[in-house]
Design a protein around this ligand. Sequence first.
Ligand SMILES: NC(=O)c1ccc[n+]([C@@H]2O[C@H](COP(=O)([O-])OP(=O)(O)OC[C@H]3O[C@@H](n4cnc5c(N)ncnc54)[C@H](OP(=O)(O)O)[C@@H]3O)[C@@H](O)[C@H]2O)c1
Length: 298
Amino acid sequence: MILVSGGTGFVGSAVVRELLRRAQPVAVLGRDAAKVRERCGEQVEPRVGDVRDPEALAAAMAGAGVVVNAVQFPNSPIENRRKGWTFEDVDLKGTRNQVDAAKAAGVRRFVYVSGVGAAKDADRHWFRYKWEAEKYLQDSGIEWAIVRPTWVYGPGDVSLNRFLGFGKALPFIPMFGDGQQMMQPVFIEDIGRIVADAALRPEAANTLFEVGGPDVMTMNDVVKTALDVQGKKRPILHQPAAVGKLLGTLAAALPSPPLSADAIDFITGPAVADNTKLVAVLHPTLTPLREGLATYLP
Ligand SMILES: NC(=O)c1ccc[n+]([C@@H]2O[C@H](COP(=O)([O-])OP(=O)(O)OC[C@H]3O[C@@H](n4cnc5c(N)ncnc54)[C@H](OP(=O)(O)O)[C@@H]3O)[C@@H](O)[C@H]2O)c1
């Protein structure tokens, strides 16, 4: 059985769909069994646990041969320290707890969905925590695979769809920063297949895969391409990132901040992958941006 932690989320649910297509028995770890049933259907066994609670994880991992960790704290990348929704608590400590529980439960392979940019000396703390989580897994003695996606798009994403949502209500698309950062958007269904391969294929063992789509372009061009696929024309109205960071700093005083200064850095950073290992080992088919968008945009 394959346990997908975060299987109710954007990335995790694509992994679950793909594993079910391959007729694999799947369990999903989430914080609410009813939500797991509602999002994943009857074919999936719900397991309840919070990755910040090591005790709950012991029972949740029972009987799993493979664990896929696709957990992200709610409202990411806006951290909420009061609720323990931080990169340190969920990405780093949550992954450590899951690796420990998986080892204790005799899990054969652990797949971590990390992110492009993870590095020991990264200047952003979210990338350093992801790198630390990767390292903990690699040193754990359990068989591992790591998938580092770039910027994932598809029905249900909360990034590109947010821009396109603005286009419904406004005559322009607002964007923090100059939109010149390079992006390599990858289609959610491709990520589902690649993570399923990382979970199942013997040659994926102990390998780190960066994953980006076939098109590399600026963020401005990503949004323009999506508008074009929709048959819409909207100018992009750039706001200085510094204004967003100021608003984010002020919002930090609120109980549930809608923005943070770090989130502005997060969304204005580049996301480009080195697909060399991915292509050499898994030979995936990667969907061109226009083709991926055309499968779900009206
Ligand atoms: N989306 C992207 O573009 C992208 C790009 C690169 C990397 N990634 C990585 O992919 C992974 C998944 O991201 P996503 O975009 O799919 O996130 P998401 O849609 O927000 O899903 C997050 C999942 O985590 C679960 N979760 C949250 N807090 C939890 C906790 N304390 N204990 C147990 N489960 C918890 C949620 O389940 P419940 O609410 O049901 O508990 C949900 O299923 C993350 O590591 C992210 O960094 C994503």
